[in-house]
Write a protein that binds this ligand. Structure first.
Ligand SMILES: NC(=O)c1ccc[n+]([C@@H]2O[C@H](COP(=O)([O-])OP(=O)(O)OC[C@H]3O[C@@H](n4cnc5c(N)ncnc54)[C@H](O)[C@@H]3O)[C@@H](O)[C@H]2O)c1
Ligand SMILES: O=P(O)(O)OC[C@H](O)CO
Length: 345
């Protein structure tokens, strides 16, 4: 472990959207002695948090704790913070990190809350962090699981996974974010935890489309189950443990996202299923639905790894306009007939 054990005096959270603000609230609720500093791109968001303890655009009337303060000055937020948590849209991360790099405190551990894959490079967010901040693996962690921000902000009991190649670092982060309503487990399978969070967004788009087309529960359960199988194939090809996909960051997150009307990916899919164009859906979405942009990167990565992902392929075809939502359903489960057994994933 490369840093002092024990709780940090300060935690920096960059990104004051739904999940960044909620995660900052989790840490602040858990440890009133920690100063939680939240970076907001827009000064008016920081002002509302500081003056009224609200982030009304993302968390409506939910009151934020007194030990959570916000600023639009990223240097002030990062100063002396041994733990830095990132929650910006995945496609914007690399450019952001280039600005953050000189401001990072020496020895700081960086945590990704993001569930997207970078288009063009097909890089996971932990890889982007490693490349842009030049940090060793033991100073990079990811947090993922069935974590719909609004439910957590309302203090509804939720479990999650903190993953880092160094188990002590994962345990340290887990201690920082363990609240009465938030229970993190630890894992060293960073790849598996990240892939689970990324691909479930694409599968949730397809389940949303099924909902928009008024398809039934057999169809949705079939897509979710086979969606988990293709997620597992990709994850294992990248060196992850298949077991991780049966846990909170795999199955758990997939079920939450595919079932919940709170999910932005599920909502975007439903709107597509109801007949809106992708442009119309994008105009309606006020928050980040990562699957829309990450779908293409997931498919490119799968192709590169020689992994079949028929559901992802069909969703990307819809997003790119080469398949209609009417044609999607028959394409969702199209692989040659085979056994379902473990070796046949
Ligand atoms: N909301 C959730 O329930 C949830 C849960 C788990 C993981 N996540 C993941 O967390 C990440 C952030 O999601 P979110 O829900 O907080 O998104 P959001 O849309 O609610 O907020 C995104 C934040 O990033 C800022 N932002 C937008 N474009 C930016 C840019 N180009 N550069 C810098 N900042 C920019 C926005 O102003 C906003 O503060 C995503 O990868 C998402 O998949 C979200
Ligand atoms: O709203 P979504 O679709 O981005 O999903 C949010 C979380 O990732 C659920 O775990």
């Amino acid at each position: 472990m490369t840093h002092q054990p024990g709780l940090p005096a300060k935690v920096a959270v960059l990104g004051a959207g739904s999940w960044g603000t909620t995660f900052a609230k989790v840490v602040a609720d858990a440890h009133p002695q920690i100063q939680v500093s939240l970076w907001a791109r827009r000064a008016e968001v920081a002002k509302e948090i500081n003056e009224f303890h609200l982030n009304s655009q993302y968390l409506r009337d939910l009151r934020l704790p007194e030990n959570l303060a916000a600023s639009a000055d990223v240097a002030a937020v990062l100063a002396d913070a041994p733990l830095v948590v990132l929650a910006v849209p995945a496609q914007s991360l690399r450019a952001q990190l280039q600005a953050f790099r000189p401001l990072l405190a020496p020895g700081a551990v960086v945590v990704s809350l993001m569930k997207g894959l970078e288009r063009g490079t097909d890089a996971r967010m932990s890889q982007v962090i490693s490349e842009e901040l030049q940090l060793p693996q033991e100073r990079i962690a990811v947090i993922s699981g069935p974590n719909l921000a609004m439910e957590i902000a309302r203090k509804e009991p939720t479990a999650s996974v903190v993953a880092c190649t160094d188990p002590e670092v994962a345990q340290w982060i887990a201690a920082v974010c363990t609240a009465s309503y938030f229970r993190p487990y630890t894992n060293t399978d960073v790849v598996g935890v990240e892939i689970g969070g990324i691909v479930k967004n694409v599968i949730a788009l397809s389940v949303g489309i099924c909902d928009g087309k008024h398809m039934g529960d057999n169809t949705k359960a079939s897509v979710i189950t086979r969606g988990l199988a293709e997620t597992t194939r990709l994850a294992v090809s990248l060196g992850a443990e298949a077991e991780t996909m049966a846990g909170l960051a795999g199955l758990g997150d997939l079920v939450a996202t595919c079932a919940s009307p709170l999910s932005r990916n599920h909502t975007a899919g439903r709107l597509l299923g109801e007949g809106l164009t992708l442009d119309e859906v994008n105009q309606r979405m006020t928050q980040t639905a990562e699957g829309i942009k990450s779908g293409r990167a997931v498919l490119d990565l799968a192709t590169q790894m020689g992994v079949e992902m028929p559901i992802t392929e069909a969703v990307v075809a819809v997003l790119e306009g080469s398949l209609s939502v009417e044609e999607l359903a028959p394409r969702l489960l199209t692989r040659e007939l085979k056994s379902e057994g473990g070796q046949q994933l």
